[in-house]
Design a binder for this molecule. Sequence first.
Ligand code: HEM
Length: 125
Amino acid sequence: MASKTVNLTELREHTSKDDIWVLINGKVYDVSKFIDEHPGGDEVILSEAGKDGTEAFEDVGHSDEARALLPGMLVGEFEPSDVTKAYQSTATAAAMENAVQQTSNVMYFVPLAALVAYFAWRFYY
Ligand code: HEM
């Protein structure tokens, strides 16, 4: 079954709720019919629409039963030469999230450092 190869452009075309494809572990799945039955809700799958949802899928620790549903939704293999590109878009998003996180850490750190400097100054002089 499913000898089709799906490339990144094609994957990205299927992002609406009634036409939704997700890439998981190198294979593309059409989850349109399943999404309403998903025990984890539709939102989480929708946010992976047209993207590499491998990390999201694996982070949850889906059961073997959940994995057994995948073959029934298979569209095809993902185009191997597009793997890095699909990964990069997720990696870029992760890097941006990290940057935002770091900025807010700095925002805590600056007043804290000022406070420490002030008390150090009071103590020594
Ligand atoms: C696309 C194929 C997917 C299938 C076939 C699937 C299937 C399932 C199934 C059967 C369960 C019930 C628990 C289990 O058996 O592990 C479940 C739970 C869950 N799934 Fe998925 N899932 C898919 C994608 C995703 C994605 C992309 C996310 C994104 C984070 C996600 C998040 C969750 C969460 C959070 C739960 C836990 C719900 C709870 O226990 O309250 N799933 N999924």
